[in-house]
Design a protein around this ligand. Structure first.
Ligand code: FES
Length: 77
């Protein structure tokens, strides 16, 4: 499924970025290019990152680390 139409990034690419070590939404966007043009896909990208990360989280600190940083929010607006 294409997640980011501007940069033609699919869900498998997002998942691979997370599996290869991208921890934050900003890192996933930088790594894949998703969300770096119009920003319309950022919430879908975030949902994919959260789905993946929540399943990996083992502690409350892991869950706290999933919050969106302000840089990403500004990039999406
Ligand atoms: S749809 Fe992803 S940046 Fe535009």
């Amino acid at each position: 499924m294409i997640v980011c139409h501007c940069k033609v990034v699919n869900d498998a690419t997002i998942t691979r970025a997370v599996e290869e070590g991208a921890v934050t939404l900003a890192e996933v966007c930088r790594t894949t290019g998703a969300g770096t043009d119009c920003g319309g896909c950022v919430f879908t990208v975030k949902a994919l990152v959260c789905e993946h990360d929540v399943s990996r989280a083992r502690t409350m600190d892991d869950l706290r680390a999933l919050s969106i940083d302000e840089e990403t929010i500004r990039a999406a607006s």
